[in-house]
Design a binder for this molecule. Structure first.
Ligand SMILES: NC(=O)C1=CN([C@@H]2O[C@H](COP(=O)(O)OP(=O)(O)OC[C@H]3O[C@@H](n4cnc5c(N)ncnc54)[C@H](O)[C@@H]3O)[C@@H](O)[C@H]2O)C=CC1
Ligand SMILES: O=C(O)C(=O)Cc1ccc(O)cc1
Length: 291
């Protein structure tokens, strides 16, 4: 595969660093420029071999880059794109990793007049509750999906190039519309994160229980691991995909109402049926593996 001469990663955290690290290990990039606001993090990124050079000004960081990866929290993607746009090389491809897609696309279109043809919106479905360059893992994308949500006018060569690079770092690439993406991930990712935050917050707000967390077992740990995720990242996701999340939150609320009614009626048969249906679906569809 054709190597990248210069990859610029804006936002040298878990997601951007893991991508850069694997490409460097594979020898698929000559130079990685890292850009961020936290100087200590950038110096650490050089020490860890994630980036070759640090640049705090994004307009300077993108000079002569053939690929720019925007790996910052959702609310910062479009404003950064507006800043770097005049400084991009003519053939530079820009892609992002934001967890919601329609808002990113519409904000970029709003700020730039239209969504540039060389912008390939993306979202790796891999990650964890840890943040920053220290969490970088070159194997993070191995056998995980990456969703691309290109527009009809997105440059096909840019789509192919971005797909090839994600495949090179181990991912399986799928394409879908941004609105379908946001609906699916509101239900399967954003809702579970909000539920985990809500459960831990609710228990934390009930001091009469004492330190209830000391009595938790593996099930609680599994259910709430993601409540240790970065608060600012999840604030941005919740705000930017609020309408799809609200829809699934309401559906979940209806399910909880159904459960409460079954408990009230002590309807063992219906409860057993509901639990069996859920177990059958999970056992059939979810392969147990690391996140
Ligand atoms: N953490 C996860 O599991 C996943 C996250 N994502 C998406 O990836 C993006 C990045 O997430 P992570 O790598 O987990 O976060 P992170 O917190 O590990 O890294 C983000 C980096 O961006 C920097 N940053 C923040 N605002 C900036 C700005 N305005 N200019 C320059 N740098 C800035 C931060 O200092 C930090 O180094 C988010 O948009 C998130 O929605 C996508 C898939 C999984
Ligand atoms: O930690 C986990 O299990 C996750 O689910 C990570 C994750 C967080 C956000 C995404 O947009 C995609 C994946």
């Amino acid at each position: 595969m054709q190597t990248l001469q210069r990859l610029t990663v804006i936002g040298v955290g878990l997601i951007g660093s893991s991508f850069a690290l694997k490409l460097k290990q594979l020898g698929l990039v000559d130079e990685v420029v890292g850009c961020g606001r936290n100087r200590v993090n950038l110096i650490r990124a050089i020490e860890l071999g994630v980036i070759d050079r640090a640049e705090s000004d994004p307009t300077l960081a993108v000079a002569d880059a053939d690929l720019v990866l925007l790996a910052v929290p959702l609310g910062s993607i479009a404003p950064i794109y507006r800043r770097i746009q005049p400084y991009l090389s003519r053939n530079a491809i820009v892609t992002d990793v934001g967890s919601a897609k329609a808002s990113v696309i519409s904000e970029i279109a709003g700020l730039l007049g239209e969504c540039p043809a060389n912008f390939v919106p993306g979202h790796p479905i891999a990650g964890r509750e840890r943040s920053g360059v220290e969490a970088a893992d070159s194997e993070l994308y191995q056998q995980h999906r990456v969703i691309l949500t290109p527009l009809t006018h997105t440059n096909t060569e840019a789509i192919t190039r971005v797909s090839q690079l994600w495949q090179a770092v181990g991912a399986q690439v799928s394409m879908m519309t941004a609105s379908y993406h946001d609906e699916v991930f509101a239900a399967t990712s954003h809702l579970p994160h909000l539920l985990a935050f809500a459960l831990v917050d609710m228990l934390n707000e009930h001091p009469e229980l004492g330190n209830v967390f000391q009595y938790t077992a593996g099930g609680f740990r599994d259910f709430t691991r993601i409540a240790s995720s970065d608060a600012a990242m999840w604030r941005d996701i919740a705000i930017q995909n609020h309408s799809a999340i609200l829809k699934w939150l309401e559906a979940y609320q209806a399910e909880l109402d159904k459960l409460a009614e079954l408990l009230n009626k002590q309807d063992a048969t219906e409860l057993h049926q509901l639990f069996t249906a859920a177990k059958t679906a999970r056992d059939a569809h979810i392969v147990n593996r690391a996140p």
